[in-house]
Design a binder for this molecule. Structure first.
Ligand code: ZN
Length: 76
């Protein structure tokens, strides 16, 4: 099976929002790829207290939360 990481959220770099490059996709440049990598690496050692405010670029972050419980018969 192939891991299809395409078509996640359009064709823009998830780091800076610029049009992404085929070479560095899903990022626009190696710099942004490094930024993402550093986030992962630093996240392994210490969870930052910083909220990802670049999530604002995608849309309202709080709307999808609280949709759990459609099963309607599950107790913990
Ligand atoms: Zn970028």
């Amino acid at each position: 099976m192939q891991a299809k990481a395409d078509a996640q959220d359009g064709k823009t770099c998830p780091i800076c929002g610029a049009p992404r490059s085929e070479k560095y996709r899903p990022f626009c440049s190696r710099r942004c790829a490094d930024v993402d990598l550093n986030r992962w690496l630093s996240g392994r050692y210490a969870v930052p207290a910083i909220e990802a405010d670049d999530a604002d670029l995608g849309g309202p972050p709080d709307t999808a939360i609280g949709e759990v419980g459609t099963d309607g018969g599950r107790s913990e």
